[in-house]
Ligand binder design. Structure first.
Ligand code: NAP
Length: 361
């Protein structure tokens, strides 16, 4: 096992922030994790699991041991009467997995095209786009308990998926009993390393449409017989839409949507609408109302603005960007200063506290 020292992370986080991992081990298999956990000098040190670095803000050098996940593999694992079961290694690129499933005739992930990051990070965030969330296509995942070295498998209910949320984003409470293979506990942040994810992709596939940008694409290129678009067609549209609206992290560093869409009660929403009649809002199945965070930020005048080298993207107010490029990259401090200034303006105008999506390290 090679423990690399002072490893630059600028190209391992999509913001392009300059920072180092003081120690880093590349994890390409379960055996690599077993080696770390068997090493007397490493087994008890704090650890930080790094996937594609697409959802983090680095505010300094990373002192915990960085486990850089590079576990490969994509395959048809099995099939049931209703679904194709696809298995992928945690280190695979998410977008490449989506493209591979379509090339091999397994539709279902197309609405999640071009989301940056790795397969292993996808359940942590319960990634979602255009009306599909990871949980809609998820079957189970394999993980390793970093405190005990035991492997375990979690189904969707055990992952406790929520809106951009899962068991992997919560720390266990102090009093929680020690984990076991069968009962890894509720809070798995900093405790579990995801190695493989299995998806159930429906044989009876139906397109998920309904978002305005997709409806526009359908109107521009209607399907000849008036039927549904194919999964490949939806994939291509979503790639086009995202490439037009969102900055490519290879060109302008960013971490995708920086804030979650807040939810409010019906009464709160009615109150806000009286003051802000144009507010963009969507009713949810549980009776609450989802507000579009990008609209709130734009309404406060932030689109295109900067603090230092941290900026708000000109075309999408929900995306904070690195305006200094690779030569003068933004710092994590600048990103968080801008994020706090945005939170303050939105709170002062709408009485809503925006919550950021990326993990601040
Ligand atoms: P948009 O179409 O301009 O809509 C703004 C917000 O309104 C979105 O956040 C979306 O919520 C919500 N919305 C729009 N149409 C809706 C509908 N028919 N039903 C329910 N909610 C609706 O959104 P956008 O910012 O360009 O993003 C489009 C999609 O890509 C969204 O689903 C967004 O979550 C996703 N996205 C993901 C990332 C990422 O990094 N993972 C980055 C940017 C955008 P939802 O976000 O809940 O869908």
């Amino acid at each position: 096992m090679l423990v690399e020292k002072n490893v630059p992370l600028q190209f391992s986080n999509t913001f392009g922030i300059v920072a180092k991992a003081l120690s880093l081990v590349r994890i390409a298999s379960e055996a690599d994790i077993a080696a770390v956990l068997a090493d007397p000098a490493l087994k008890s040190v704090p650890k930080f699991v790094l996937g594609g670095g697409s959802n983090i803000v680095l505010t300094g050098d990373v002192k915990p041991l960085v486990l850089k996940i590079e576990i490969p593999g994509k395959r048809l694992h099995s099939e049931t009467a209703k679904a194709w079961i696809i298995e992928a290694g945690a280190g695979e690129s998410w977008h490449e997995l989506v493209a591979w499933t379509l090339q091999n005739g397994y539709p279902g992930l197309e609405n999640l095209a071009l989301i940056p990051g790795t397969v292993g990070a996808s359940p942590v965030q319960n990634i979602g786009a255009y009306g599909v969330e990871l949980q809609d296509r998820f079957l189970e995942l394999d993980a390793i308990d970093l405190t005990t070295g035991q492997s375990f498998t979690l189904n969707a209910a055990q992952c406790a998926f929520g809106y951009r949320d899962s068991v992997f984003k919560h720390k266990s409470s102090a009093g929680e009993a020690a984990s076991t293979a069968g009962n890894p506990g509720f809070g798995l942040a900093d405790k579990a390393l995801i190695t493989k994810v299995r998806f159930a992709l429906p044989k009876n596939w139906k397109p998920v449409l309904g978002y305005a940008d997709i409806e526009k694409k359908m109107a521009q290129s209607p399907v000849p017989d008036g039927g549904d678009p194919t999964a490949q067609q939806i994939f291509d549209w979503i790639c086009e839409i995202r490439r037009t609206k969102l900055p490519d992290p290879q060109v302008i560093g960013n971490a995708g949507s920086f804030f979650k869409n807040p939810t409010v009660s019906n009464e709160q929403c009615a109150d806000i609408i009286q003051r802000e009649p144009k507010i963009v809002h969507y009713p949810l199945a549980d009776g609450s109302i989802k507000l579009a965070a990008g609209w709130l930020i734009d309404a406060c005048g932030w689109k295109g603005k900067s603090i230092g080298n941290a900026g708000v993207h000109e075309r999408h107010a929900l995306v904070l960007v690195n305006r200094g490029g690779r030569e003068h990259p933004v710092t994590g401090g600048e990103v968080m200063t801008l994020a706090k200034a945005i939170q303050t303006s939105v709170y002062e105008r709408f009485g809503i506290l925006l919550e950021h999506e990326p993990v601040v390290v």
